[in-house]
Design a protein around this ligand. Structure first.
Ligand SMILES: Cc1ncc(COP(=O)(O)O)c(C=O)c1O
Length: 238
């Protein structure tokens, strides 16, 4: 499947920039791959980022200002912690047990911090390896809904599981969850490819932020990136 991505790239002109959300053929492939993992996403809701870490940055830029509180697991992924420090975010550490973050603790911290974003890795959490049961996932989603939290669901290891995979948080709360499926652990980190699903209200905004994250394009085009992104996406040919 992923060899096909390479052939599609050489078929097109190398003189222009790719659409902000990624080529349609690649987004279709992402949707097919993720369906094979048990999640059904519309291609239109998918954007392709340079690894999960670029997706973190895009989501932080979309939903927070530097310095804002962000809810994280008590022991969280180093790549995320570096990025939060870079933007001076207050990391609100949420205590964990053998299944990951605990709903009551999350509720308390969400209320007191007034954070808007929750970062969580519900399957094979890095570094603890914790995987949430269905009941825990439902409870976390319930807390997110009652506190109006948006969820970044990082799933870098889910594809490595065989057999029945746990239901994703994004299936339980599609209106507020941004699931990330990076190819770093599944294929190779050097590929810098991650598929991110956005709730429909946010997909165009994600394209605009993605254009900003690419400094070469931002420098050459300048001005209102949101408008430019919308125009480029509507011209997408594949
Ligand atoms: C928790 C977590 N998220 C994401 C990634 C992958 O990040 P990226 O796609 O930027 O390589 C890893 C890789 O080890 C990880 O451990």
């Amino acid at each position: 499947m992923f060899a096909y991505i390479g052939t599609k790239i050489v078929e097109r002109s190398l003189s222009g920039y790719a659409p902000d959300l990624g080529y349609r053929a690649h987004r279709d492939l992402g949707a097919a791959w993720i369906k094979s993992l048990g999640d059904t996403w519309e291609s239109e809701s998918i954007t392709i980022t340079r690894g999960a870490q670029e997706a973190f940055l895009i989501l932080l830029c979309m939903h927070t200002q530097p310095g804002d509180p962000v809810l994280v697991e008590e022991t969280t992924y180093l790549g995320l912690a570096h990025m939060l420090r870079l933007r001076n975010h207050h990391m609100v550490a949420t205590p964990m047990d053998a299944e990951g973050i605990m709903p009551d603790e999350l509720n308390e911290r969400a209320r007191s911090s007034k954070a808007r974003l929750l970062f969580v890795s519900p399957t094979l959490q890095n570094p603890t390896g914790a995987t949430m049961s269905l009941g825990r996932r439902q409870a976390i989603v319930g807390v997110a809904r009652s506190n109006d939290l948006l969820i970044i669901e990082d799933n870098p290891f889910a594809a490595l599981l065989s057999g029945q995979r746990p239901i994703s948080l994004s299936s339980l709360a599609p209106e507020r969850t941004f699931p990330l499926y990076s190819l770093s652990e599944y294929v190779a980190p050097a590929m810098r490819v991650c598929f991110m699903r956005c709730p429909s209200a946010y997909i165009q905004m994600a394209g605009g932020r993605q254009a900003c994250a690419d400094t070469r394009r931002a420098l050459s085009a300048g001005g209102d990136r949101g408008g430019v992104a919308a125009e480029r996406n509507s011209q997408e040919a594949v």
